[in-house]
Write a protein that binds this ligand. Structure first.
Ligand SMILES: Cc1cc2nc3c(=O)[nH]c(=O)nc-3n(C[C@H](O)[C@H](O)[C@H](O)COP(=O)(O)OP(=O)(O)OC[C@H]3O[C@@H](n4cnc5c(N)ncnc54)[C@H](O)[C@@H]3O)c2cc1C
Length: 354
């Protein structure tokens, strides 16, 4: 009788265990830093970690070397209330964020920390590091997550954003995610939060293999965008030019307009392929995903692969000389007209920045 009751209680227990696989949550966020500050996209990854559950302990992993790493660690420690620990890997191996040493670092830190989740923003850094780290840990990552519905239940877009798929992770721990930063906006910090800084701890790198610190990729150079312009991924306003702009020379008009209104410049793949602008400005399925307050598209037809990268923008303005261009189906404001007349007029009418 007693054993029957115990068996039934055990069955109930094992069912509960299957439904909630993580008894306690602990998340490792892989973070990027630049100029002594943690990047906003990495703070979005912390925001995503927060939505996994209330009792989640969040550790942030930063790697690099020298003074800029120290400054970034100090900044990270007081940058988000959900961060309980900042782990820093200080070594020349991490001076540049190469995927191979980073993947080994993630493997090492995971072995020591036994985290239930590992999260990175799905920019070039995350896309580079996560698959390698997942292979070392023998797990399968879930990419481009836009919504977290539970500690093992995630939503991600498929078919260039035309459908959403809900995924339940049933693999072994850790559950590894890349998240779309635009889907997890960072809440601003309360004014008195500086005093709640997280602890900063060094990662012991003594067991990281010296010999194979050089992987299959090597650092050549950093080509940075205009530092005075907002970052395309996080800008409040984006001005995008498409093939309709017709040349690199004409694209200067887009630049000028962006400068005048404090916007980042974006481009379609057709504009990039035609050599009007470098490919780090490409918005879309195979470019950057943006969700600014205002998105202005000039000479952009509105192919689904482009829409996939900007459809979450709050207000979309499109100027195209073809009234049937698909961009008008997603635009809040559309103007059928010639961009070579509209942009000069806008430049003339918008007052100079003070
Ligand atoms: C696998 C895959 C991935 C892709 N990924 C991306 C991606 O990430 N991002 C992306 O953008 N594309 C991507 N593409 C390409 C995409 O399918 C389109 O080819 C591309 O977006 C078209 O760019 P566009 O709108 O600049 O050019 P077009 O489609 O050629 O449109 C140009 C528009 O300019 C208008 N125009 C011309 N002159 C003027 C004028 N004087 N004034 C006003 N309007 C004018 C025309 O009416 C036209 O609508 C991808 C394609 C594939 C197959």
């Amino acid at each position: 009788m007693a054993s029957g009751r115990m068996l039934s209680a055990f069955r109930k227990l094992s069912i509960t265990a299957r439904i909630t696989p993580y008894r306690s949550l602990s998340t490792l966020v892989l973070a990027e830093h630049e100029g002594g500050s943690i990047k906003t996209s990495s703070l979005s990854a912390v925001e995503a970690a927060k939505s996994l559950g209330g009792d989640n302990s969040v550790s942030l992993l930063l790697a690099g070397s020298g003074q800029s790493l120290k400054e970034a660690a100090a900044h990270a420690a007081s940058s988000h209330l959900s961060i309980s620990q900042v782990l820093i890997a200080d070594s020349d191996k991490f001076t540049y964020p190469l995927a191979e040493p980073w993947a080994k670092l993630v493997h090492l830190v995971q072995q020591r920390g036994g985290y239930s989740h590992i999260i990175a923003a799905s920019g070039s850094f995350g896309k580079n590091v996560l698959p390698r780290a997942a292979a070392l840990l023998d797990i399968s990552p879930i990419t481009d997550v836009t919504k977290i519905s539970g500690s093992n239940l995630f939503i991600r877009p498929i078919y260039a954003g035309n459908a959403l798929s809900t995924i339940r992770y049933t693999g072994s721990s850790p559950c590894m995610l890349s998240i779309r930063a635009t889907s997890f906006p960072v809440a601003s910090l309360p004014a008195d939060s500086k005093s709640d800084a997280a602890s900063i701890d060094q990662v012991d790198l003594s067991t990281l293999d010296e010999d194979d610190s050089v992987g299959k990729s090597r650092y050549i150079k950093l080509s940075s965008q205009n530092a005075e312009r907002p970052d395309l991924g996080n800008a409040r306003i984006v001005v995008t030019g498409g093939r309709g702009v017709k040349s690199a020379e004409n694209f200067k008009m887009i630049d000028k307009l962006a400068e005048k209104i404090g916007a980042a410049v974006g481009a379609t793949r057709a504009a990039v392929d035609a050599g009007f602008v470098p490919n780090d400005l490409q918005v879309g399925q195979t470019g950057k995903i943006v969700a600014p307050e205002l998105y202005m598209a000039f000479g952009v037809s509105g192919a689904i692969q482009h829409i996939a990268g900007m459809r979450d923008s709050k207000v979309i303005v499109a100027v195209n000389k073809d009234a049937d261009a698909p961009i008008f189906q997603v635009a809040d404001y559309g103007l059928v007209g010639d961009l070579f007349e509209v942009i000069p007029e806008l430049l003339e009418k918008i007052p100079e920045k003070k």
